[in-house]
Design a protein around this ligand. Structure first.
Ligand code: HEC
Length: 518
């Protein structure tokens, strides 16, 4: 019984989150670095030129994207300089480059001080201020004068560009948990878990001797204040539902990582790592599921959706997946909110073998009844988060074995170990097990953060944390499906389980194991 309850808790949370308006206040846009310094930082750390100006590095005769040859990789994240394999890539802090007496290098090469023009020549032509050739180990970059100026601006600041919230003794992390409104109770339940987990982690020595300290923000504006004030290194868990765009903007502008915010609508971006799939991943999984069901045929699929954010994201992803698979044709039918016309949609889509239906408020039920009346019985594929519970008891006989739903997680994702961990925390820290889906998501996020910090190493930085998380492959939280991230992948559990409605037993029964989105 307990296990069944949890699945429904997941749906309840999902539905609750959907109803929350996207009305979080926008904070002020500031940062310790000027926009120019930040552009320089993006070049230095990541080899990213201004969008539209691709940066290339010449290594010998071969040119490669600068993103694979970052300055930081050879000269150190703080420009401190490094010696590797007997070759020294020197200290690049501006104060060092402009020393009046210049440099004498380990190779015996000597030159006078750099200025901006000499710096540009060094980076683009490989010559030092005295016009001597530098070692071939230093790549040549095809960069514009503006890029070089941005870099110089950053190198003037690089020494004091420390990631905030991080010291030898502690790493401060924030979490975004609403304290008012419909999600407040789930928020409080999540906070209990996060605080307890981090307490345990700290009692066992923290991560590389650093205690992980938690600060709460009640909404996106509050989270922005924390980040702008340099109070936090990263964010963990929490509920970004309804504030996803604000959270994504904040993460991008301030380059602050978010690990595992719970939401229904993941947003693209480098710094936000979602654990659970959104509509796009689930819709792709639905398409892939149908492709497995009809392995031999040319698929004729219709996608019917309401023209609002969540269903539209699902429909777009399904169309892309169909295109990518080359397995069939997909026709799109959409309607404005409140303008649902089941008869017209049935007339339009009739003939398809499968219908991906992304509507709202029980519209899927009406659609199925309308199709039934018209004697048309395609497979109907739905997103669990958009599907009313009534459907389970009202599927017409002609649709037996033909109505499928996605779930981002199923009870068996919770392993015995994972369940024991949550229960032990609840017993020791005396908090109730409630809003189970929310609490599981918080615990999974905290574990993922801890794993990222461990893999990021003693010298962890925000960049290193991001890289470490990108390296997680089939990571088992014991609480969720396995998580895999990558350089272009920010949803850990990218896929879905597909269940079928069993009208006799009025239940969901598994129709597949985990179906991957990609
Ligand atoms: C693959 C490793 C590597 C990368 C990547 C790299 N460098 Fe270098 N860099 C070196 C080495 C090695 C030297 C020393 C060359 C020598 O001694 O002749 C050097 C020297 C320099 C110097 C001269 C320093 C001095 O003290 O005279 C500057 C300036 C410089 N690099 C800037 C950059 C910038 C800016 C980037 C990124 C856009 C970058 N480097 C990327 C390896 C690298």
């Amino acid at each position: 019984m307990k296990r069944r309850l949890k699945l429904h808790a997941a749906c309840a949370l999902a539905l609750l989150a959907l109803t929350l308006p996207s009305a979080f206040a926008q904070g002020q846009k500031t940062h310790g670095l000027t926009p120019q310094e930040r552009r320089g930082r993006a070049i230095y750390l990541r080899g990213e030129g201004t969008p539209g100006r691709e940066l290339k590095a010449l290594v010998g005769e071969v040119d490669v994207p600068a993103s694979t040859m970052t300055c930081a990789g050879c000269h150190g994240a703080r420009g401190e300089g490094k010696t590797e394999g007997g070759v020294t890539a020197g200290n690049l802090t501006w104060a060092n480059l402009v020393k009046p007496y210049g440099h004498t290098h380990p190779t015996g090469r000597r030159h006078g001080p750099f200025d901006e023009a000499a710096f540009f020549r060094a980076v683009s032509e490989g010559v030092d201020p005295s016009k001597n050739d530098m070692l071939a180990a230093m790549p040549r970059y095809q960069m514009s004068a503006e890029d070089a100026a941005d870099l110089v601006a950053y190198l003037k600041r690089i020494e004091d560009d420390h990631d905030p919230g991080l010291s030898d003794a502690s790493v401060r992390v924030g979490t975004l948990l609403p304290t008012a409104g419909p999600l407040a109770a789930a928020g409080a339940a999540m906070r209990d878990v996060l605080a307890a987990y981090l307490n345990e982690l700290n009692a066992a020595g923290g991560v590389f001797g650093r205690k992980v300290e938690l600060q709460s923000a009640s909404d996106a504006a509050d989270a922005r204040r924390l980040a702008e004030a340099g109070e936090v290194f990263a964010f963990v868990g929490g509920l970004s539902a309804g504030a996803d765009a604000e959270v994504a903007a904040l993460a991008r502008e301030l380059e602050v990582p978010f690990v595992g915010p719970a939401t229904l609508l993941p947003q693209p971006g480098r710094y936000v790592f979602y654990l659970m799939p959104g509509p796009a991943e689930q819709a792709r999984a639905l398409f892939n599921f149908q492709a497995q069901r009809q392995p031999q045929s040319h698929l004729k699929v219709a996608v019917i959706y309401e023209e609002s954010e969540f269903p539209a994201a699902a429909a777009a992803a399904a169309a892309e997946q169909c295109e990518k698979s080359g397995r069939g044709t997909l026709l799109k039918f959409s309607y404005a909110r409140g303008k649902f016309d089941p008869a017209a949609l049935v007339r339009g889509a009739k003939g398809a073998d499968a219908v991906l239906f992304f509507g709202a408020d029980g519209e899927e039920k009406t659609f199925i009844e309308e199709a039934d009346a018209a004697g048309w019985h395609p497979d109907v594929l739905l997103l669990g988060a958009l599907t009313g519970r009534e459907l389970v008891s009202s599927v017409p006989a002609g649709f037996r074995e033909k109505v499928f739903l996605t779930f981002p997680t199923v009870p068996t994702d919770l392993t015995e170990g994972g369940e024991a961990e949550l229960r032990a925390l609840s017993a020791k820290y005396k908090f109730g097990l409630r809003h189970t889906a929310a609490q599981l998501s918080a615990l999974a996020a905290a574990k993922t953060l801890a794993e990222g910090l461990r893999r990021g190493g003693r010298d962890v930085s925000r960049e290193r944390l991001v890289t470490a998380l990108e390296g997680l492959y089939d990571y088992e939280t014991g609480l969720t499906p396995r998580l895999t991230f990558g350089p272009n992948r920010r949803v850990g559990a990218a896929g879905a389980y597909v269940v079928r409605i069993d009208p006799e037993r009025q239940e969901f029964v598994p129709a597949s194991g985990w179906v991957k989105a990609y």
